[in-house]
Design a protein around this ligand. Sequence first.
Ligand code: PMP
Ligand code: GLU
Length: 402
Amino acid sequence: MLQTNAALLSKRVIEMAESETLKMARIARELKAQGHDVINLSLGEPDFDTPIHIKEAAKKALDEGFTKYTPVSGTPDLLQAIQTKFKRDNQLHFETNQIVVSNGAKQSIYNICQALLNAGDEVIVLAPYWVSYSEIVKMSEGVPVILTASIETDFKVSVEKIAAAITDRTKMLLFSSPCNPTGSVYSREELKQIAQLISQHPNIIIVSDEIYEYINFEGDHVSIGAFEEVKNQTATVNGFSKGFSMTGWRLGYIGAPKWLADACSKIQGQVTSGATSFGQKAAAYALLAEMKPTYEMREAFLKRRDMVRDLLSEIPGFKVNNPKGAFYIFPDVSAYFGKSNGVTTLHSVDDFCDYILVNTYVAVVSGTAFGEPNCFRLSYAASEVQLQNAIARIAEAMKQFN
Ligand code: PMP
Ligand code: GLU
């Protein structure tokens, strides 16, 4: 007979939080399977298909028998394409042996944490932050030091606050810009200030997660690693999931100092052996091919950004900022905390998200998981009709609390 004995599980997994984004996506799928009319705005996943020319490149690689293990860090042609891309788009100059391709940017970040952190090492995480940062740091025995910023500062942490958080144990500074979950983008000047600060602490590595690089609605993307003073102290993380709508392909990468890239490759060599062979062929092609589909997706996201921002702003009590990138909006709904409709009292944003899901079948993610318990995250990577319907349902449901 099949035995289950959860007591056998490691302390590590017992103490780990489930990914809240993936959990909400799972619940939304389950409710849908039960026949409910769910609008799932929980998952950060472009609703567009992978551009056809990229799929064709993968098919060609399969047909040509490109089906074997690749070098652990990535195929030579993909490493070269990434090298070219870093130079072309980011003014970052890496040798190909400083680049490591992994099964998603998530694994890239995991590799870096595993490579750098000893028990008790501190990682400064700029909040609101992407859900997995804190759990990956903890899995690597590091201590996340969460620095918060509210909607009043466009969810951006000041350099003074970062400076004040640095201790002898600080090993890493970790953040995303454009940011998941807020859509905020750190300006060139802000990044320069952070670079100057960190350059005074040579034992701190900046992990700059730039996976939303191509979904930036204002100006050029700035890579912090391009500032001379931190170029040997920065690991730049990127991937194919967002800009090329390739979430299911599981392809991410880093450019980093060689000693760190070597360590990440060593870890990967014992864990996954590297990313999928034919996927890498298509990825190399994607980076060097024309980027029209990426720009079209960005234009669609921009249109939706304006629409969701305006519609959400009209709901009484919702405080909304103007996201500058990515495809998330992060309204502050703390005005509702403590309010009741006679049946349900909304004590927290978790209550808010549960209420919305159960009563309107709109799935969003609580800000608690992102280190900001006044807000919720709505992904607008969905059709305009779905977004309009979802926000109309939320607006209607909130009327009961006014
Ligand atoms: N970083 C951020 C900020 C993200 O939102 C995501 C979500 N996909 C990732 C990294 C991981 O991306 P992937 O593993 O799909 O490349
Ligand atoms: N990054 C996306 C999100 O935040 C995908 C899910 C995940 O990996 O967390 O929703």
